[in-house]
Design a binder for this molecule. Structure first.
Ligand code: CMP
Length: 133
């Protein structure tokens, strides 16, 4: 069975949305394999977002993701990466459809509530980075 990495970002944790987001994944049929509240170090944040290191917003991205606790998760299910991204919605909440997590709870691309791995390779790398497995 496929696995993916998902993380409720500091804005989602601060707004009390962990339960809502976990519930949506469970309702979709995903199985929660692991989950933990952590405050990400600068080093882990830079590794996690390394594919964005040349982007003009990289500094803000790292600052934001380290600004407070996140809830990191491993979810199991068929086509896990693709199905997770579908219920999370488009990166920019302005493009995310109502019914998706970002479509229902976010307005800004910088604080879009939740992160989901964008490929099988990213999922494996992010699971290893956050859970060491
Ligand atoms: P995420 O799925 O965590 O992966 C990369 C993140 O970069 C993305 O969600 C957005 O929150 C963030 N991002 C994308 N575009 C911008 C932008 N223009 N300014 C700040 N952050 C951005």
């Amino acid at each position: 069975m496929d696995h993916t990495f998902v993380m409720v970002k500091p804005d989602g944790v601060a707004r009390g949305l962990i339960g809502e987001i976990v519930s949506r994944f469970e309702q979709k049929g995903f199985k929660l394999i692991d989950g933990k509240v952590i405050t990400i170090s600068q080093e882990i944040a830079e590794q996690h977002y390394r594919e964005h290191r040349e982007k003009p917003f990289f500094g803000e991205l790292v600052e934001f993701i380290t600004s407070g606790p996140v809830f990191a998760m491993i979810w199991e299910g068929k086509d896990a990466v693709k199905n997770a991204r579908s219920i999370i919605g488009k990166t920019n909440p302005s493009d995310a459809l109502p019914g998706s997590i970002r479509g229902d709870f976010a307005l800004q691309v910088e604080s879009n509530i939740v992160h989901g791995a964008d490929s099988e390779e990213s999922a494996q790398r992010e699971i290893a980075l956050f859970f060491g497995k």
